[in-house]
Design a protein around this ligand. Structure first.
Ligand code: ATP
Ligand code: MG
Length: 272
């Protein structure tokens, strides 16, 4: 066992930084499993609730959301990830990533053509939303399905769009999972439309759900946007790591380099 006071900057395994996946995602196994169960239930058409990971700045929401989405993708879910909703409208963020997801879905070998239809419905949605939200820069012509998701009313159109997407996902025996970080920044009317669309999918047992993350005010915002949000989602609280998890987060990456922390006698430290 090598003991060293200094880390070689070339091999230093630690990766501090907002949203940077740590070398050891410690202490979050329970919530990762909870999310996996919710997603599997959604895919199997069973009652499940979406998740909002709620916690203060810096506790590890983003990296946890990223890990859950990586696991979902590895397990065959169709993943749609949205970031920084404070800068743009929800449709502007949703359209390109949803198109990518639908193209992926369409490539999954299966009979039926609901994937192509969902892409056309998305095309109609783009046209309607472009008139309303000036920040939509989407230039690809996806065709359209006249009369579906093209009214210009976000709440109405998002329900229609998600319904088509849900049907396509169901046909492919998968589920579409939306991952949205910093969800508290979504404007209230757009948040309400999103919750409504997910609610309709739940009612119709269509496999679409949301895993979001945000600051504690998110709980109140969701309730204000739609009162039934309380029943539609769970709000697991993401707190600081326990002492043993914090220890593991530091010790495990070092141990992989055969470096071990030793008790320090000159300073009192959490890692003694
Ligand atoms: N479970 C964990 N184990 C080890 N390191 C972690 C863990 N969770 C978070 N970190 C580290 O803590 C830092 C902050 O994490 P993250 O950016 O995910 O927090 P956040 O809650 O999203 O913060 P903010 O609210 O500011 O966006 C990152 O460097 C990340 O690698
Ligand atoms: Mg974050």
């Amino acid at each position: 066992m090598v003991t060293s006071l200094y880390m070689d900057p070339r091999t230093n395994p630690y990766a501090p930084g907002a949203g940077t996946i740590p070398p050891e995602l410690a202490g979050r196994d329970e919530i990762i499993e909870k999310a996996a169960i919710a997603l599997d239930r959604c895919r199997n058409g069973l009652a499940s609730r979406g998740l909002f990971l709620v916690g203060l700045r810096g506790v590890g929401k983003t990296v946890l959301l990223t890990r859950i989405s990586q696991n979902a993708e590895a397990n065959g879910f169709v993943v749609v990830s949205i970031e920084t909703p404070e800068k743009r409208s929800l449709p502007a963020l949703l359209i390109p990533t949803l198109r990518t997801a639908l193209l992926k879905l369409d490539r999954v070998a299966a009979v039926g053509d609901l994937g192509k239809r969902a892409l056309r419905v998305l095309g109609g949605f783009v046209g309607a939303m472009k008139l309303k939200y000036q920040d939509i820069e989407f230039g690809v012509d996806l065709g359209n399905e006249p009369g579906i998701a093209d009214s210009g009313d976000l709440e109405h159109d998002l329900v229609a769009l998600f319904t088509e997407v849900g049907r396509a996902a169901k046909e492919r025996k998968t589920a579409l999972i939306l991952f949205i970080d910093e969800i508290q920044y979504i404007k209230e009317d757009q948040f309400a439309a999103l919750i409504m669309a997910l609610h309709k999918c739940t009612q119709n047992q269509l496999p679409i759900t949301l895993v979001g993350a945000g600051l504690p005010q998110l709980v109140g915002l969701a309730g204000r946007a739609k009162s039934y949000a309380e029943r539609l989602f769970e709000y697991p609280e993401i707190g600081p790591l326990s002492e043993s998890a914090a220890r593991e987060a530091l010790e495990a990456p070092a141990l992989r380099l055969s470096i071990k922390y030793e008790k320090c006698c000159t300073h009192s430290s959490n890692i003694d």
